[in-house]
Design a protein around this ligand. Structure first.
Ligand SMILES: *[C@@H]1O[C@H](CO)[C@@H](O)[C@H](O)[C@H]1NC(C)=O
Ligand SMILES: *[C@@H]1O[C@H](CO)[C@@H](O)[C@H](O)[C@H]1NC(C)=O
Ligand SMILES: *[C@@H]1O[C@H](CO)[C@@H](O)[C@H](O)[C@H]1NC(C)=O
Ligand SMILES: *[C@@H]1O[C@H](CO)[C@@H](O)[C@H](O)[C@H]1NC(C)=O
Ligand SMILES: *[C@@H]1O[C@H](CO)[C@@H](O)[C@H](O)[C@H]1NC(C)=O
Length: 452
């Protein structure tokens, strides 16, 4: 009895794996693709998109009554897949050169045949696939919310676009717009967007964040300790063995470069490159934790100012909601039905943490890797390229307003609230932030002027 159950389970597993590969057009997926953190593909988070990139899952949206009608939505979206930054490209070249001249294993011969094609001028630009991702996201959101992201609203200027000034964000914004203009055959020049770094790159303008975290060499202490700790040491040794070189020649930087090479080749070209064979699943989980430690201490719960640096965006989101409600209640037409805001992982993560999402009971630290196995703070799931937080305001009849958050196109619950809560309950939940959370005070912008 027991034996046959186990046999069936094993069979089901292998069928699942076979089907998983058969259903994807892009061939084999690296076994470590689920651990790429902010360098991960959006499809890893929503695997149904591999079958149909324009598929939407409407069952995720279940308003409490059939009377519920969408009034307004705001979407805060990370740019699409991009090239590595110059710093990462240098690290990748370094590992590649080292491998070609010094490695001596079976695996390293495959790496020598691989063509190094990254050049430093690629510096974080949006790639072709990133353009497609934003176009596809635009089409999917218009299928999920057809009364808001509609041809009529787009033509009437009821869809507002705000972007960070970074080239990859501006080009992501253009791609999102093109997704819609192509759908409805509208001339592209007719749709405006505004650049607003105060909102979308608040982290550059928050003095306390820059002083205490971003420019503070000790702020990432937990990540630095983890990178010289026993888990990472073991990964370095395994990679050295796989390359056939002495342990001392492989540093934390070389491990990171190998991980990046696998991640970028997959994100940009959808190939399972030979670099992926330098890391197994256990190694990738350790790399994911190192990356999560960085995000946790640099952009999330690690320091209070990380969350508070997003106060300006938080208030902007709520003031748009309030404005919509005011217009609606006074019988005016809602002039802005949709706000599309395009920024960075560094824009989205502080806001998600300010709202209380993905908070574990214990902080992520260098020495608690094992006990954090089941943590909710997992950037691979939260922050792939094109990650998005969408808030949808509904009128459910008789002026009963409700607010539904979606993360990466899946309905989620505000921490501590039921699903699709009353807007009044959301206001109550975030009362303290709504009454305070003043960007200038939190970021100590006034101290700067009084010092002079
Ligand atoms: C669609 O969403 C529902 C509810 O969230 C979920 O149970 C279901 O698995 C999703 N379907 C797909 C194909 O992901
Ligand atoms: C790698 O090798 C190439 C060709 O020998 C050289 O031009 C380049 O500067 C090297 N890069 C690094 C980072 O060592
Ligand atoms: C090869 O290894 C030697 C040390 O044995 C090192 O000095 C040299 O820089 C390495 N070559 C490259 C291209 O990294
Ligand atoms: C952005 O798009 C423009 C026009 O399509 C293109 O010329 C430019 O190279 C792109 N820039 C980046 C950084 O991708
Ligand atoms: C993580 O969850 C799994 C499955 O529920 C459980 O077996 C395991 O003990 C948990 N690990 C930790 C460290 O909490």
């Amino acid at each position: 009895m027991l034996t046959s159950t186990i046999l069936i389970a094993v069979n089901l597993c292998s069928i699942h794996v076979l089907f998983g590969y058969a259903l994807t057009e892009d061939g084999e997926i690296p076994t470590i693709a689920r651990y790429f953190g902010p360098k991960g593909r959006y499809e890893e988070v929503n695997p149904y998109l591999m079958g149909d990139i324009l598929a939407v899952n409407k069952s995720t949206l279940q308003p409490p009554s059939s009377q519920c009608r969408e009034l307004y939505m705001t979407a805060i979206i990370r740019h699409g897949t991009r090239y590595p930054t110059t710093k990462n490209i240098k690290e990748m070249h370094h590992l590649y050169n080292f491998t070609v001249s010094n490695a001596s294993s079976e695996k390293s011969r495959l790496l020598e045949q691989w063509n190094m094609w990254y050049t430093e001028d690629m510096d974080g630009r949006l790639v072709e696939k990133g353009v497609d991702e934003l176009k596809h996201l635009a089409v999917r959101l218009s299928k999920l919310f057809p009364s808001l992201i509609s041809e009529e609203n787009l033509r009437a200027g009821g869809i507002r676009f705000i972007t960070s000034s970074k080239h990859r964000c501006v080009n992501s914004t253009l791609a999102f717009k093109r997704g819609l203009t192509e759908l409805w055959d509208i001339r592209e020049g007719e749709i405006d967007h505004t650049v607003n770094d105060a909102l979308m790159r608040f982290f550059d303008q928050c003095k306390k964040f820059l002083d205490d975290v971003s420019d503070n060499p000790n702020a990432l202490y937990e990540m630095d300790e983890f990178n010289v700790g026993p888990e990472m040491g073991r990964v370095q040794e395994k990679i050295a063995d796989r390359l056939g070189v002495p342990y001392s020649h492989i540093t934390a930087d070389s491990v990171e470069a190998a991980f990046y090479l696998c991640a970028y080749e997959f994100a940009i070209k959808t190939v399972n490159s030979p670099w992926c064979q330098l890391l197994d699943e256990v190694d990738a989980q350790i790399m994911e934790y190192a990356s999560d430690l960085k995000q946790y201490w640099k952009r999330a719960y690690g320091y209070e100012i990380n969350r508070k640096s997003s106060c300006i965006l938080f208030h902007d989101v709520f003031s748009r909601l309030e404005q919509t409600i005011e217009d609606y209640n006074s019988g005016k037409p809602v002039s802005e039905a949709v706000t599309i805001q395009i920024g960075h992982a560094e824009t989205l993560l502080p806001l998600l943490t300010l709202l209380g999402f993905f908070k574990d009971s214990e902080p992520l630290r260098s020495e608690n890797y094992a006990s954090q196995t089941n943590r909710t703070f997992r950037t691979s799931l939260m922050l792939p390229y094109t990650a998005n937080l969408v808030l949808v305001l509904y009128d459910c009849g008789g002026g009963e307003l409700r607010l539904q958050p979606l993360l990466n196109e899946k309905a989620v619950d505000f921490p501590g609230l039921s699903s699709m809560p009353l807007y009044a309950d959301v206001r109550e939940r975030y009362k303290e932030l709504l009454q305070g959370c003043d960007f200038e005070t939190e970021c100590q912008l006034f101290n700067k002027t009084t010092e002079n």
